[in-house]
Design a protein around this ligand. Sequence first.
Ligand SMILES: C[S@@+](CC[C@H](N)C(=O)[O-])C[C@H]1O[C@@H](n2cnc3c(N)ncnc32)[C@H](O)[C@@H]1O
Length: 205
Amino acid sequence: MDAWIVSLLPAAPVRILDAGCGDGSLAAQLSSLGHDVTAIDLDPGPAHAAGVPARRADMAAYEDDPFDVIVMSLSLHHMHPLGAALDRAAALLAPGGRLVVDEFAWDWADGAAAAWFYDAGVLLGRFDEPVKDPLARWREAHADCTSARDMLAAIDERFAVTGVRRVPYLHRYLEGPARLREIEEVRHVPTGFRLTAVTRVTDGT
Ligand SMILES: C[S@@+](CC[C@H](N)C(=O)[O-])C[C@H]1O[C@@H](n2cnc3c(N)ncnc32)[C@H](O)[C@@H]1O
């Protein structure tokens, strides 16, 4: 259960959109709490395989009734065009609704963080051999992903941000033991962020 996301939710039941649901595990958790969850993904196959009734849909063109909460967990950096996906999120959020974004900030990694990531990855068997130029490899590997700088600017254009916190992320990427998080937090720059936002209130003038 993702304690951070759960802590942000109003009392059940509320309507939640899990945009870019992947294997559907978060959607299943939120449903188990009594919420009315719609899970969408460009490829709902992994969610279906896990028994989660996700819809095949592109967030950048998604139409539906309003949601009380829209969750984007590690999906926004993959959504293209970024602005269209966030425009739809703004349109789909009910007045007073909340956007919850848990994201990867690959562009915040420096050479030390990239070197640690690949070295830990070799030890954990994720990579075959040590990487000679970790930062170059890191940047090349994430060239198709939207940067945190661009995500934060695009969110800020469309929503009123109510909270944003930089958090360690590499240990999640590596799926390693829990102690990795502690080491990452002490030694390295954060490479993730957790953000909440609400719809902008306009006075119509
Ligand atoms: C890294 S996975 C994250 C999955 C899950 N939310 C999680 O936290 O583990 C990103 C997911 O976003 C989906 N995705 C990417 N672009 C999308 C779009 N435009 N609309 C809907 N889903 C999208 C991908 O298919 C993928 O399943």
